[in-house]
Write a protein that binds this ligand. Sequence first.
Ligand SMILES: [Zn+2]
Length: 276
Amino acid sequence: MRIGAHVSIAGGVDNAVERELAVGGNCGQIFTHSPQVWQTPDIDPEEATDFVEGTAANLAGPWVIHASYLVNLATPKDDLRRKSIDSMQAEVDAAATLEIPYVNVHLGAHTGAGVEGGIENAAAALDELDIPEDVTVLVESDAGSGTKLGGDFEHLAAVLEQSSQDLEVCLDTAHAFAAGYDLSSPAAVKETVAAFDDVIGLDSLACIHLNDSKHAVGTNKDEHAHLGEGEIGVDGIRSILNHEALRELPFVLETPTEDGRGFEWNIDRARELREA
Ligand SMILES: [Zn+2]
């Protein structure tokens, strides 16, 4: 099973490899810089080499770069759109440098442009990127609060169709659940995966952000919980981990870390819930 967590690159990107190993992960996710500010990844070539070599020697992979939270591809505002495209270009270039196959991004909020307008904006913004050959941009499912896009699988499917890039999808279980796709029982997981396949196609699913949700299905509230301890619960998480269409995908955890039970606890729990 490929499972890991979102880990810090503090002190150099190469440190992410050891942090991943320390929590028991064999794949994972990083920010290339603080996600709350506009900043360009500043990757030291030597650290990049150590990261690539450390990954090849120790991890099954893959790594995912999570784009900045400030990026809003769906925006109708020219300045924000420009900054978002520039930021994404820097992320896909960083991914190529680090030999990371995926850059994960939320579509963002249409802020009044309307769902269709926002989808057009996002697809057009993605089309401006010069994406290196071995890098794929993943659009992530969203909890769908406010005017944010990506809560409905239809939004993701429309962006994949309208964009001329070879995009794929990251399914965040907490987000999809908050957006109204039930994942709390074996039957619900089966139904949600079937809905994903109908609307987007499982061929386009590259990665799972495996998180439980502190809030109930359909609340549009994005707050992650420890695996099995939220509203998705043990039965739901077990069904996700073992679903035949999902089990070979990389599972990346973004579970809480502030209450003493960190990623190690959650990765252990996932391994317990995994059936042979
Ligand atoms: Zn996520």
